[in-house]
Design a protein around this ligand. Structure first.
Ligand code: ASP
Length: 315
């Protein structure tokens, strides 16, 4: 039996202590700890890395604080369009969905795509049709409504200057506000199998069917038993252009870097040079974990069989 480890993030960005109340800090910390505990129990009982990360993401998607599932941000049209992906590092199978609506747990749908379809990536209405066919749980619009997300959206919805096709300056303002509440998990199970999953509502006020890095295999999500499992969070466009998650794997496979060294190169050098704010979590097949970000904070936690149990927000 080998080492086992679970690591989780709840988004990265300009998360500053002065903007938080003690109650909110506690609520975020509790949310991450609850997801860690449930997924750790799966690993402890000999469960697979895939099942552990899925359990973690369902909890985070159901928690309104995080920008995924129930707490997803509003699009330009005032609805929620969610993206999610899961990858099994033991056989490189993967499932992803983009722009899905009404699905309570997009990570369940991504897992259905991985396990019960001939495809890897489904989008929009087709993905929703597949959800219905597979009996994945749907919810009415009210389920996804939260006042703070609505207020966040209302403040920018009439202003085009916040959309992605405008200047970086405006985009940075938007990203600062949004604080990237995406959720993700990576795990190494007792058999040394690795898996990664990411789920998000994307960007507030997004339009034109914009899809970020989270469901893109190799950018926001990647797992390979030979190297690592990675889940990213941050300014998705830059993570896609950097092929960020797969780049960590490549640096390990082809250059022999350790997990942490490889993540530092991608997050603190390459992404910084591209002004790609955010971070990522990773594990390797020995159960080592790393949580690396170039922003002010990242909601994050790690728990392993050597007694480590850590939850943190700021750098
Ligand atoms: N990476 C996500 C996206 O661009 C956002 C986030 O991490 O919060 O859709």
């Amino acid at each position: 039996m080998g080492n086992f480890t679970i690591a989780i993030h709840g988004g990265a960005g300009t998360i500053l202590k002065e903007d938080m109340t003690p109650a909110l800090e506690q609520a975020y910390t509790d949310g991450i700890q609850q997801a860690l505990n449930v997924s750790y129990a799966v690993l402890e009982q000999g469960g697979s890395a895939v099942n552990a990360i899925k359990a973690a993401l369902v909890i985070l998607e159901d928690n309104v604080l995080f920008n995924a599932g129930r707490g997803s941000v509003f699009t330009k049209k005032g609805v929620q369009e969610m993206d999610a992906a899961i990858m099994d590092g033991s056989n490189l199978s993967a499932g992803a969905v983009a722009g899905v609506r009404s699905v309570r747990n997009p990570i369940e749908l991504a897992t259905e795509v991985m396990r019960n379809s001939n495809h890897v990536f489904l989008s929009g209405k087709g993905a929703n049709d597949f959800a219905i066919k597979q009996g994945v749980k749907l919810e009415p619009d009210e389920y996804f409504y939260s006042q703070f997300r609505y207020d966040q959206w209302k403040a920018i919805r009439d202003s085009d200057s916040y959309s992605l096709d405008h200047t970086n300056h405006h985009l940075e303002e938007l990203m600062r506000d949004k604080k990237f509440g995406t959720v993700g998990a990576v795990a190494c199970d007792q058999n040394g199998n690795l898996a990664a999953a990411t789920s998000t509502g994307g960007m507030t006020n997004k339009k034109y069917g914009r899809i970020g890095d989270s469901p893109v295999i190799g950018a926001g999500t990647y797992a390979n038993n030979k190297t690592c499992a990675i889940s990213s969070t941050g300014h998705g466009e830059m993570f896609i252009r950097a092929v960020a998650a797969y780049d960590v794997s490549c640096l390990m496979e082809y250059k022999g870097l350790s997990l942490e060294e490889a993540m530092n190169v991608v997050v603190k050098e390459k992404l910084v040079a591209m002004k790609g704010e955010g971070g990522m979590i990773g594990v390797d097949a020995q159960g080592n974990a790393a949580l690396v970000f170039n922003s002010a904070g990242m909601y994050r936690g790690v728990k392993n069989d050597r007694g480590e149990n850590m939850v943190a927000i700021y750098s």
